[in-house]
Every structure is written in C-alpha cells, then in structure tokens.
Design a protein around this ligand. Sequence first.
Ligand SMILES: Cc1ncc(COP(=O)(O)O)c(C=O)c1O
Length: 385
Amino acid sequence: MIRASLSRRQFTTTLGAGLGAALVEGPFGARRAEAGRPSTRPGNTPADAVLLNSNENPYGPAASALDAITKSESVAARYPDAAEARLTEAIARLHGVAADRVVLGCGSGEVLQMADMAFLGPGKKVVVAEPTFEAVLGYARVTKAEPVKVPLTADFRHDLPRMAAACDAGTGLVYVCNPNNPTGTIVTKDELAFFLERVPRTVSILVDEAYHHFVDDPHYASAFEWIDKAPNVVVVRTFSKVYGMAGMRLGYAVSSKENAEALRAHAAWSNANAAVLAAALASLAESDHVPRQRSINREIRDWLCRELERDGRRYIPSHANFLMVDVGGDVQPLIDSFRERRILVGRKFPSLPNWLRVSMGTKPEMQAFVDGLRAIAPARAARAS
Ligand SMILES: Cc1ncc(COP(=O)(O)O)c(C=O)c1O
C-alpha cells in the first residue's frame, strides 16, 4: 500500500494538501463531501481543523461503548456472527419487532443502497424532496431509476401531499428524511399519517430517521408507529449521530419480514465488524447516553440561535444537530473562507445556494464558528438580502 511506504509526517503533509479536494464533488458528489471522505478523515485533516461539516457527534461514543471497542480485540480473529445475532435481537427488542425484520448495514448509507437496489431499477421512479440527503439519489443513479424531485415547502419542510401525488404505479421508492438533512426540519405525525395513507402500497416508503434522537417537538413521531400497519414502510436508523460512532459504521433498517429479506439480498456478508457490534450493544444498554447527548445538542443549538438572532441573521429552526443560516448571497465563498480558517462547514446545496449548513460542535468550536461568521460575513451584509 502507498500509505505504508510513507512516514506519518509525509502522509499528513500529502493529505493536508488535499483538504481543498475534500470539498470537491466526487462521483457521488455531495455524498463524498457530506461524509468527509476521503479528505476530512482525521489523518487527512489538519489537527486543529474544526469539523462542522458532516453532522457528527463531537463527543464520540458512550464510555461503555469505547470500553466494548477496546475489549473487542479479544474476538478480532473471529467472524462476528454471534455478535451480529445479539445486536439484531437487541434492536428488535428495542422496537418491539421480530429479529427477522431487522437488517444491519455498514452505516445507514449501506441500508439506503440496499433499498435502492431492492426497490428500484430501469423504468422505476424514486421520489425525493429537494434538497434532501443525496445518497439515495446517488445509488438510484446506478440502478438507472428516474429521480422525481419535489421542492420543499416555503418553510423548508417536505411537501408530503405533493410527494404522495408524485407516487404512481411506476414509483419504486419514496424517501422521507425526517428530520431532513440539510434543513433540520421535520414533518409532523399527522402529516406523515396522511402521507402513508395516500402513497400506493406498491411503493416502498423509506423513512430515514438518522437524526430522530435530537427531536423534542411533540408533534413529531417516528415512523415506527406505523411499522406494523403499513407493510411498505422501511425505517432507517444509524449509530453515526447521537451514538457518536460515525467512524465505526453501523446503521439498520426495520421493515416487514418480506422487505427485510429483499434488503438483505443486497447486503454484504458480515457487513458489521466485531468492534462496532459490541459498541452498539453497549450503547443501547446505556439509558442516559441519548438524553444527555440530546440535551447537550439542544443547549448548543439554542445558544447558536441566540447568537444568530443577536446579529439579525435568518436561520431555519432545526430539530437536528445542524442548522442552516441565510448568508444573503452565494454561500461558496464563505465556505472557502471558513476553510482558510480551518473551519469546515457543510457544502453548498444547489437548490439553497444562499444557505450555509453548520453542524453542532462543542461550545469552543461553535464560538469559533460564530467569530468566523462575524468576521467573514458581517451581520449587516447578511441582513441586506
Ligand atoms: C439523513 C442521513 N441519512 C443517512 C446518513 C448516512 O449515515 P451513516 O452511513 O453514517 O449511517 C446521513 C449522514 O450524514 C444522513 O445525514
């Protein structure tokens, strides 16, 4: 391997020069920048860079999960079948379903790919909001399915009535990202119920709840409410966000037994490694990790909103661990200026060209972001739009 022949210093220098490339779109364009691959991984990023670009959890895994990762060295030599079964059962118990309705993925990204492979193909349509998390469209391109993009409402939420109306006999999949990435907005329980009734049963409904744990709004509901009543619903979750394990790669789907089988047909064998299986099991057993992370996120998000309001800046109220700010003009030069300051923020979303997406970091990181914003885009300029 080339890496093995480089010293650590050479490696860092070589890849440090690639920091700009991290924000250049690759074959999956947005997806690469979104996930920060390959150039925003720790080895590729200046050690002092502030990473507010991929909606990760800056606090990392729960202590017990870290401990489980360390201890997993004792099973590193063995295939992790038993651990996979244990975690699958734990997820099934958590959601009150049979284990054969749970499908693990190497990150929820792999689950999205499985869904595209299972439910799409040439001549099929995939209905999505615009903008939303792009991975589903990226993988759909490979299947040669036709994308149908439905713009968000004026308040930046999924337009579910229009999305339902766009679903017909030729639709294989409709994707609902709730909360939505990049806007952080939600659809309510009632809106989702109305939508699920209207979408034909022949259409698979993929509800991506990557940011579910950060939502406090009482009008919101997880699609798990309908998982038994609507056999076409597939709910997707991840350990990358609230559980702080984006680098460990684990996500899952829960659906009907038939849809789980259809998804599993496109999964790689042993797609979850022993360390992440052990860490996920430990995370689920921790009763206070999720509430603690949710409250930390809420506190920092509220603080950021107050700072933005002090400046008179417009932002989209968010239910997730990121937020969009109106910068009053093309966001790209701002993204570049932040990068010069070693602060990585979200990429430009072409349908929201004046909006900057920033992930929640620690308090000092968010202070650095606010200071940077005030220096790069003084509040009056931002207000002028
Ligand atoms: C809405 C959404 N779904 C899925 C993913 C993929 O996450 P992972 O593959 O790390 O589980 C992301 C990543 O940012 C996301 O924002």
